[in-house]
Design a protein around this ligand. Structure first.
Ligand SMILES: N[C@@H](CCC(=O)N[C@@H](CS)C(=O)NCC(=O)O)C(=O)O
Length: 198
């Protein structure tokens, strides 16, 4: 079985999948896609959506980070990232869906460029950071209700989605958010780090 992941430096969605691959202890190969390739040969030949990540499992290609992660979870259920009970799984999916659709998508580079082509890079970064900060504020009351992990008492995909989108906020120059900083520190203490490159 050969697992390959088309990924890109700084890609938030790819990082989610990479973290899952590492956490599950899977052997995989990373293929870097450059910004120029994304809208060119990569879109023509590999992923018609023109986005990373894209998984290639023995020739079966799959796009969309959540679909990829669900596929990996079904292939390799242990250790689980989607929780153990039906309500746990539902809550984890609720958080991940909010991060993926409400927080991440509007600030995606190509989405922002489509709607605001006039903005300079720095202004785009500021806008992206402001949106992530605002929506992480909305999400906060849903998190850390039972432990330092985002949902329930165990590490899950919710931690991965939250930690990686928070990292994006910091990369865009947003002000630190204390609760999310604490979460990052907690994961580090638990050895659940973002050291996701193999
Ligand atoms: N819904 C997709 C979104 C993928 C996506 O937005 N990927 C970004 C990197 S995080 C990308 O390829 N951006 C390139 C661009 O916007 O041109 C997923 O979850 O995989």
């Amino acid at each position: 079985m050969v697992l390959k992941l088309y990924s890109a430096e700084g890609s938030n969605c790819s990082e989610r999948v990479e973290w899952v691959l590492v956490y599950k202890g899977l052997k995989w190969e990373r293929i870097e896609v450059t910004a120029e390739d994304l809208a060119g040969p990569y879109q023509q030949n590999i992923n018609p959506f023109g986005f990373v990540p894209m998984l290639d499992h023995d020739g079966f290609r799959l796009a969309e980070s959540i679909a990829i992660i669900e596929y990996l979870e079904e292939l390799h259920p242990n250790p689980a990232v989607l929780g153990n009970t039906i309500t746990e799984r539902a809550r984890i999916r609720e958080i991940c869906s909010f991060v993926s659709t409400t927080i991440h998508s509007p600030q995606n580079r190509s989405v922002l460029t489509f709607f605001r082509p006039e903005l300079e890079t720095q202004d785009k970064k500021r806008l992206r950071a402001a949106w992530i900060a605002k929506t992480l504020g909305t999400l906060e009351p849903m998190l850390w209700q039972h432990s330092g992990f985002c949902q329930g008492s165990n590490f899950s995909l919710a931690d991965i989605f939250v930690a990686t989108i928070y990292k994006k906020l910091v990369q865009h120059g947003g002000d630190p958010l204390p609760a999310y900083e604490e979460h990052r520190e907690f994961l580090f203490q638990q050895n659940m780090t973002e050291a996701s490159r193999n």
